[in-house]
Design a protein around this ligand. Structure first.
Ligand SMILES: [Mg+2]
Length: 212
């Protein structure tokens, strides 16, 4: 194996929540009599920090605070996440890496308690050596948490792989000096992921097979 440790992104990488997030954004826009959003348009506009995405989607941040919008989003997300699923391959690829002695963790821009709750529900938490979230619901960046996390791992950086689904995962990996591989069908369109120059895969199974 080329790596001893894999750092997983959560939303869109292990947890298939794109449709959920599109549904909530659409609902919040319609509540404000703004034009709604579909999956195609969401993928065009979504990005980190999430504040900029809220503006691009059409929310008026002069009229209401980003904090209020974030709280409304999270309240809806908490009501509905249980209706959604992991990517079908998630447990299989985690087992596969485990059998090869690769340790694994999750690094997410989600708030810590929610990350712990959702990953425990899907029996992912128990497979991970660490679950790293943030202390707020703003989904700004996970760079600082990522840096602290790799310093806490006793694994050389060249032996750590970050697996994600957005350009932010790529940016974090570059900034902290570890390799990155990206999976499509998450929160970013395939063409934009390819333009990072990182290896891009249409399934987690193919992705992890490529690192053997
Ligand atoms: Mg993600």
């Amino acid at each position: 194996m080329r790596y001893d440790h894999v750092i997983w992104d959560w939303n869109g990488t292990l947890f298939d929540d794109v449709d959920l997030v599109v549904e909530i954004a659409d609902l919040m826009l319609v509540r404000r009599s703004l034009p709604g959003i579909d999956r195609r348009r969401y993928l065009e506009l979504f990005g980190f920090p999430v504040r900029g995405y809220y503006e691009r989607v059409g929310f008026d941040l002069q009229q209401e605070s980003f904090e209020q919008l974030s709280l409304e989003f999270i309240a809806e997300y908490q009501k509905r996440w249980g209706d959604h699923r992991l990517r079908s391959e998630a447990h299989r690829v985690i087992d596969w890496l485990d059998r090869r002695g690769v340790t694994q963790s999750v690094l997410s821009a989600s708030e810590q308690v929610m990350l712990e709750t959702v990953t425990a529900h899907f029996r992912i938490a128990e497979r991970m050596t660490a679950l790293i979230g943030t202390d707020n619901h703003h989904a700004a960046s996970k760079l600082d948490q990522g840096l602290a996390h790799i310093q806490s791992l006793s694994v050389p950086r060249r032996r750590i792989l970050l697996i994600g689904d957005t350009e932010h995962d790529y940016e974090v990996a570059v900034a902290i000096g570890i390799d990155c591989a990206l999976v499509t069908e998450g929160h970013a369109p395939r063409e934009r992921l390819k333009s990072t120059g990182m290896s891009t895969f249409d399934s987690l199974t193919k992705l992890v097979a490529s690192i053997e």
